[in-house]
Structure formats: structure tokens, C-alpha cells
Design a protein around this ligand. Structure first.
Ligand code: HEC
Length: 701
């Protein structure tokens, strides 16, 4: 009965329209979803703030979340209410006109720092929900009061592991989400994050029913037997439990009219060694075009084959319309960490600008099989430098000679596989383009910030783990990439030595640092109590006999022959990148022509600015937004400024000090006829002080 009814209704539905839920995007005063809406264009049609009055911008209000730390939230604003999530995963609602708190949701009794970039709004009549995540949980909250909605999942929450299969083997595997999901009708399609070493969870893409919390569909980013792409992995990839990830973590774009969701994925884990995942590894490092109703693949494009460099797709794609030969084409544009942008026809996946395969080096490691070729677009040019030579080194640096020596001691080249020799990666592991992504206007132009900081990466053979104690092997796996295998750190790069910890620091303090992090050090809430104790005992030379005798296999379950040894940024003693400025840039890329329109440094180093030197740009995190009046708003730089640029030429129109660096993407909205621009400022990275501020600006008199 039901089936035949549905069948009858289907043609009708197709005529009436493809979706019937409340369409939030129609209200141009709101910022209804992460990055401005499902097209992920960081765009607003508001124009009250414009070139002629932008100099009158002033502080409207400020809100403190009380959780100081990496605060990357892009708030959403719906009908005068702002919804966000703090650096400790606490969702909150504010009056968007005054910044006054309406409610706050605390999922935990202790303060854990699980950086999160925002929340998702859904409504059906009176049922209004905020969907947010904390740890492995997806919560549905009542948007009016922040209380969990009992009918959703188990008293208001479901596990983000629900659709991954094999519940027993997943129990100890770490998984969460830092990015808001995408709403389509009653579906919520969720990004996920897991660890990137051996034995991590698989990064399948899951659609949840937003009313019930039940799984609606799952797309296997590491295909199961019989599925397309299964033969791009070893046959035992799922059984062995070594390989995981290939997750979509950075946010997805949705073409509602066509019913297609575009999901970018990251590398498979272990991320720096692929000996257990020989093959091209579909659908890792891939842009997936999926039928949003069913999760079925329509087309895909893989950007890095058999990734062994952690070259995740760093940001959501942009859905825009461009003009080529007088024809309008709806395209999807995806930036990569290398700073290239690949542009495809949204329906067919056909590249708009030709893509060429380049032959790349073989791996020097016997256990690794690097893929022989990698694709690069012929246009547009990358927004970051991808190759540097000695002439790119910073002659003005006081450490030029030692930089040159370090530089000469590294292996170089795009897609150069890692080994036990230090390898220079340009742009560094965090990318050129990062999770901030690109803003796009209606004319087919992308505005994107990027970093110019080379990194040096070394991997190490794990043969030695066999002789290490439990605490030492856990230390080497979790901590040595920054603090060194010898515990001596790398003070030049800001990683302190831990060799005299016993004398300087209390055990409880170290325990807290391991759980919650400190300054630039991330917390390790995922390390089990027992393992944390073993690390502590090792650092304080108090290991038990039993721990001393434990084998690496007892400790980890799986041990790969090679593992990350360490990475550091290629910096001088001032903390500046070892190459000539600019170190951070904002670029306008015209996708109609494939050409860069303009490029300007983003951010200043105060010392050099005071000396009257040209702007150097700084490393930056978080993205820009663009408005109908032609303004680009961006914080992101480490100098804790908020800036407005003219989208036509990159001219700086206005700048103001923030309480600390705003490593986040701003939002703009209107309430009672006034346009506001709001930015989260958490600092806590690149030397910026920690903060918990949401800061809103409006035009003054
Ligand atoms: C991604 C790099 C990174 C990793 C991995 C890392 N740390 Fe840190 N750690 C840092 C940085 C940077 C600091 C300095 C933080 C500050 O003071 O701002 C630090 C500081 C510390 C301190 C305080 C030292 C002092 O003198 O104040 C301790 C203790 C510490 N780390 C232990 C660990 C342990 C144990 C692990 C492994 C579980 C670990 N770290 C993993 C980067 C890292």
C-alpha cells in the first residue's frame, strides 16, 4: 500500500519541487549555515557596510564563552539569534543584536578542549533544532533552550560510530567531528575526524535522520568487497584493521537543486606510510559527488593517488557559476593543500581546465610503493609556492647561513616520498590552503588565504620499537614528533625539552597537559588512562618491571614498519619562515579566465612594520567572507587584526585590533536593519594569547 502511494506521489513531487522543508537560505539577513550556506561560498548579499562607510566600523558587542583555547567557530545566525560552539565543545545561543546569552549546553562536567567549527540548524514548523557534536556524540538540542531532544537517538544523542560497522573493534578507536554537518530535508550528512596512525577508524560518510538519529545511508570511503574501488586496496584492507580514515572532515557542499552533495576526503591512515595499503586508495583524497538522498556515487575525482604526505583535501569545495565562451557553467571548485584549485562541471565531473599527470619520484623505502604519477591542473596557477630553491631563502634572516645549511641537507621535490632523511615539504603539511577555504562571489571569483611555510618531515623505521618499554613506545608514538625521540625537543621550533621534567614540573601538571594540551600543544584526551600513566612513569623514570618488558605489539596491537619520526616548520630564530616573504597571502582567482586577479600579503609582523618594511604576511588560519557590496572580511593572521579588503583590487580598506588572533571565519547578518560582522577569537596558536571572545562589529555614527 505504502509503496504504491509513494510511487504515485513521485511524479507529483518532481513537478512541485525537489524539496519541501523550510528553506533557510531565502532570508538574506541570516547566516543560516556553516560558511554561509550549503554552497560553502562564504557569501552574503548584504550591502549596508560598503566601500564608502567601512571606515566607520566599530565594536557592537563582545561575548566571552569562558573556554579559552582554539576557537574556530563560524557562528550561524537565524532570525536574530546567533548559535555557536566554544573551544571546549559547549554550544551556545546569543541575542545577535546585543551578544547577551540565551542558553549554553554543557555536555561534560570537565572542561575538555575539542575544537569545533560550528553547529547546524534545522527546523520543521515548531520543531527547531541545533545539531552539534562533542567527542564521539552527535547531539540534537532544542534551539529555544539548548536542552537535548529526548526523541533523538538515546535521550538526545547518537554515536558518530553508528554507521561504521564492527562495533566491538571500534570501541577503543577514536572518532569525532570538528565541522558541522550538512542538512538536506530530514538528513544530516556528517563529517568525521579520527587519528591518523595505524589502526584508526574508517572514515565512512554517514547520513543521519535528523528527527530520530537513525542512520539513513552510509558511503564507504574505503569500499567493501564488491563495491567500486575495492580493487584499489589490498584485499584484506578491512580485515587487518591497520588502515582507516579516508574521511571527509572539512565540510561538504550541497547543490540542493540537483540533489548532489560534494564531499572532499582526506588521506587514508597511516598517513605517512602506505605499505599496508598498496594501490591508488579510492576514495581517499577524493572529491565525491554523491546523490544526497541515497549516498550513491555519481562521479568522483582523486587528487592524490596513494597519498603518503597527508595531502588531505583541506576545505569544502565552492559551488559557483562561471562563464566560458559566453556559456554559463555550474561548477564545483576544490582547493588542495598545495594551493591548486581544480574546477569541474558539477553534473559530469568533467574538468573545466585540463589536468595533466606528472611523473613523480619512487619511494626510497623498500616497503613502500609510491604511485608513479600525480595529477595537476594546467590552470589556474597555484596560490602557494610549490618548489623553492636556494634563491628563495630569506637573505634578510639573521640565521641565513644555518637556514642554507638545513635547506641543503633536505631532500626536495613535489610528491617526494618521505624517508629517514629530512624532506622539505612546500607548502607545509598544514597546507597552502587550509580549512578556512575560499569565499566566492556571484561573478565566479574565488578569494582565498594561504600559507607559505615550508615544513621538514622525517619518517623512521619502527624496528627499534621492539626494544622499547611500554611508556617509551607510547611516548615515541604520541609525543616524539614534537618533543623528539630523545626528549630534547626542538626549542627553535618552540617544542620544549622534556628531559628535565622530573625536576621542574609536578606529575599532576604533566598529566593535565597530556589530557588538555598547553598553548600550541594539542591535548590527547584519546590516550587511555592506563597509557597516560605509562607515559608519565616513563617521563619520570618510574616505570614498572611489567611495563618495561611489554612489547610494542602488546601496546599498540599493530605496528607498522615505518612511522612519522617528526616534523618541524622551516623557521629561523625569530620564528619567521626561512623563505622570503610573503608568508601569508590573500589571492583572487578568476575562474572565468583561470587567471589570478590580484594577490596581497595577509598580516603583518609588528617588528618589520615598525621598521617601515613592506608587509610580510603571516601564517594564517580561518577563512574570508565576501559581501554583495564588494568587501572581503578576514581575520586569520597571527597579528590579531580584523581586516576588510576591496574585492576588486585587494586594497586594504579598514583594519582593527582583535582581543586575540581570530583563527576562524567571520559571519555577517542583519537584525532590525543593522548589518553586523562577527568573528571568534581564540588565539592559542602561533604565539597568540589564548582567548574566548566572540566579537561583533557594526557601523558607528
Ligand atoms: C604537535 C606537537 C606536540 C606534540 C605531539 C606533543 N607536544 Fe607537548 N608541547 C608542545 C608544545 C608546542 C609545547 C609548549 C607549549 C607552551 O608552553 O605553549 C609543549 C609542552 C609540553 C609540556 C610542558 C613542558 C614545559 O616545560 O612547560 C609537557 C609536559 C608536554 N608538552 C608533554 C607532552 C607529552 C607527554 C606528549 C605526548 C603525549 C606531547 N607533549 C606531545 C608540542 C607538542
Amino acid at each position: 500500500m505504502k509503496k504504491s502511494l509513494l510511487f504515485l506521489c513521485l511524479p507529483l513531487l518532481l513537478i512541485v519541487g525537489t524539496y519541501s522543508f523550510t528553506d533557510l537560505n531565502d532570508n538574506k539577513e541570516d547566516w543560516p549555515a556553516y560558511l554561509g550556506g550549503p554552497e560553502m561560498n562564504h557569501y552574503s548579499s548584504l550591502d549596508q557596510i560598503n566601500r564608502s562607510n567601512v571606515s566607520r566600523l566599530e565594536l557592537a558587542w563582545q561575548y566571552n564563552t569562558l573556554d579559552s583555547g582554539l576557537f574556530q567557530c563560524n557562528p550561524i545566525i537565524i532570525k536574530g539569534i546567533l548559535y555557536g560552539i566554544s573551544a571546549a565543545g559547549k554550544a551556545f545561543a546569543l541575542n545577535a543584536e546585543t551578544g547577551k546569552e540565551k542558553w549554553r549546553f554543557s555536555p561534560d562536567t570537565i572542561q575538555r578542549f575539542l575544537t569545533n567549527r560550528g553547529v547546524t540548524y534545522w527546523e520543521d514548523g515548531d520543531d527547531k533544532r541545533i545539531m552539534c557534536t562533542y567527542d564521539q556524540w552527535l547531539y540534537a538540542l532544542d534551539a529555544r533552550n539548548g536542552k537535548p531532544i529526548k526523541e533523538f537517538g538515546n535521550n538526545g544523542r547518537v554515536s558518530l560510530k553508528s554507521g561504521l560497522g564492527k562495533p566491538e573493534s571500534l570501541e577503543k578507536k577514536y572518532l569525532m567531528s570538528r565541522t558541522p554537518g550538512t542538512i538536506f530535508k530530514d538528513l544530516l550528512i556528517m563529517p568525521t575526524v579520527m587519528l591518523e596512525g595505524a589502526g584508526s577508524a574508517p572514515g565512512f560518510i554517514q547520513a543521519f535522520n535528523v528527527r530520530t538519529g537513525k542512520i539513513a545511508w552510509v558511503f564507504h570511503t574505503i569500499p567493501l568487497p564488491g563495491e567500486f574501488g575495492y580493487d584499489t586496496w589490498p584485499l584484506d584492507v578491512h580485515e587487518k584493521g591497520i588502515v582507516g580514515a579516508a574521511n571527509s572532515w572539512t565540510g561538504m557542499a550541497l547543490d540542493k537543486k540537483r540533489g548532489i552533495i560534494y564531499a572532499p576526503t582526506g588521506s587514508a591512515s597511516p598517513d605517512f606510510f602506505g605499505g599496508s595499503r598498496k594501490g591508488s586508495n579510492l576514495f581517499a583524497n577524493t572529491l565525491l559527488a554523491l546523490d544526497v538522498n541515497t549516498g550513491k556515487r555519481i562521479w568522483h575525482y582523486q587528487f592524490v593517488r596513494h597519498d603518503i604526505w597527508d595531502r588531505d583535501l583541506p576545505s569544502p569545495p565552492n559551488l559557483i557559476t562561471i562563464k566560458r565562451n559566453d556559456k554559463s557553467i555550474d561548477v564545483v571548485a576544490q582547493f588542495t593543500k598545495s594551493g591548486h584549485v581544480f574546477v569541474f562541471d558539477r553534473e559530469t565531473g568533467k574538468p573545466i581546465f585540463p589536468i595533466k599527470d606528472m611523473v613523480v619520484p619512487k619511494s626510497p623505502i623498500a616497503e613502500e610503493e609510491a604511485w608513479p604519477t600525480q595529477p595537476l591542473p594546467t590552470m589556474p596557477a597555484p596560490v602557494s609556492r610549490n618548489l623553492i630553491t636556494e634563491s628563495d631563502l630569506n637573505k634578510a634572516s639573521p640565521d641565513y647561513d644555518s637556514l642554507l645549511k638545513v635547506f641543503r641537507g633536505t631532500v626536495k621535490g613535489m610528491f617526494q616520498p618521505f624517508s629517514d632523511k629530512p624532506t622539505l615539504v612546500v607548502p607545509g603539511l598544514n597546507g597552502g590552503v587550509e580549512w578556512g577555504g575560499a569565499a566566492a562571489d556571484k561573478e565566479g571569483i574565488l578569494y582565498v588565504n594561504s600559507n607559505e611555510v615550508p615544513w621538514i618531515v622525517t619518517i623512521k623505521s619502527n624496528a627499534g620499537l621492539a626494544n622499547m618499554s611500554k611508556g617509551q613506545s607510547l611516548y615515541v608514538r604520541n609525543c616524539s614528533s614534537c618533543h623528539g625521540v630523545d626528549r630534547l625537543g626542538n626549542p627553535l621550533s618552540g617544542f620544549p625539552s622534556l628531559s628535565t621534567l622530573k625536576k621542574t614540573t609536578k606529575k599532576v601538571t604533566v598529566q593535565e597537559i597530556i589530557s588538555s594540551g598547553k598553548g600550541r600543544m594539542p591535548g590527547f584526551p584519546q590516550i587511555l588512562d592506563e597509557d597516560r600513566k605509562a607515559i608519565l612513569n616513563y617521563l619520570f623514570d618510574e616505570e614498572s618491571e611489567k611495563d618495561k618488558l611489554a612489547s610494542a605489539k602488546d601496546v599498540f596491537g599493530v605496528v607498522e614498519p615505518w612511522d612519522l619520526k617528526g616534523y618541524s616548520k622551516f623557521l629561523d630564530s625569530n620564528g619567521d619562515p626561512g623563505i622570503k616573504p610573503p608568508w601569508g597571502i590573500l589571492t583572487a582567482v578568476d575562474l572565468n579566465t583561470g587567471l589570478h586577479k590580484w594577490k596581497v600579503p595577509l598580516g603583518d609582523v609588528k617588528k618589520y612594520k615598525d621598521q617601515g618594511l613592506p608587509s610580510t604576511g603571516t601564517e594564517n588560519y580561518g577563512g574570508p567572507i565576501v559581501t554583495a557590496s564588494g568587501l572581503i572580511f578576514i581575520a586569520a593572521s597571527k597579528d590579531a587584526k580584523f581586516r576588510v579588503f576591496d574585492k576588486l583590487n585587494g586594497k586594504l580598506l579598514w583594519e582593527a585590533d582583535l582581543p586575540t588572533a581570530g583563527y576562524a571565519t567571520p559571519s555577517t547578518y542583519m537584525v532590525n536593519g543593522i548589518q553586523y560582522v562577527v568573528i571568534s577569537c581564540g588565539g592559542a596558536r602561533l604565539g597568540a594569547a589564548k582567548g574566548d571572545y566572540v566579537v561583533a562589529f557594526r557601523l558607528g555614527k
